[in-house]
Design a protein around this ligand. Structure first.
Ligand SMILES: [Zn+2]
Length: 225
């Protein structure tokens, strides 16, 4: 088996958001294109979308809605970050989204250091994002936390040590978070390809085999059932 996947699956009791909420209080949230089309979801209106998330949580008696790894979505169509007339559209989501209200604490998944951070300000981008670097059993890999509050970047420096479960940020609100309903985009990255404070969270169909390998399913680590 792939060494990184083996390492991820070996970890236990990982939380990246709201440590007080148990995984049994999480509910799956399907944002694939057929579903969002069918429900006619307000994809371009962050506040209306947040209301939809709230109602999904209430209906399911849950506290966090999660999902989205390898989901084909159409909620990126409003943003030029994901579209270029000469390039194939990027609409496959390669992280895991955790939907809960702005201000919720975001935690380091594992021991590590701050690799880099940045406010990615384009519409539909991450807004403030932090990338942590981890070394386990001689393997280096990264975790990315996107859609944070601006204050989350205050006082941070590259190389700063963080411990598993340490609060590293809070969830941002629209429009600072890229103008989405509040959620954490959490992604695991094997090779950062020289990037800092940013890494693609969505890819095109032709890129998928590379990104699937380079960004394994975050739920191998979180183990939300
Ligand atoms: Zn995401």
């Amino acid at each position: 088996m792939n060494k990184l996947i083996e390492i991820l699956q070996k970890q236990k009791n990982i939380k990246v958001i709201a440590p007080e909420i148990e995984y049994e209080d999480y509910v799956a949230f399907d944002l694939s294109a057929p579903t969002t089309d069918k429900l006619n979801l307000p994809l371009t209106d962050a506040n209306a979308f947040e209301d939809f998330v709230e109602s999904h949580l209430t209906k399911n008696n849950s506290k966090v809605a999660y999902g989205g790894y390898l989901e084909h979505r159409n909620l990126y169509q409003r943003s030029t970050v994901f579209k270029d007339v000469n390039v194939e559209e990027r609409n496959i989501h390669i992280g895991l989204d955790l939907w809960i209200k702005a201000g919720t604490d975001v935690l380091a998944a594992l021991d590590g250091t701050i690799h880099s951070f940045q406010n990615n300000t384009a519409l539909g981008d991450y807004g403030p994002a932090i990338i942590l670097e981890h070394q386990i059993e001689g393997l280096t890999f990264y975790t990315l936390y996107g859609h944070l509050s601006l204050e989350s970047l205050d006082g941070k420096h590259e190389g700063q040590k963080v411990s598993k479960g340490e609060i590293i940020a809070q969830l941002g609100a629209p429009p600072i978070n890229g103008d989405y309903a509040p959620h954490l985009h959490f992604q695991i990255i094997k090779d950062l390809q020289g990037k800092k404070g940013d890494y693609p969270g969505v890819c095109s169909k032709t890129e998928l085999s590379f990104y699937k390998e380079n960004c394994p399913d975050p739920n191998l680590l979180l183990q939300i059932k």
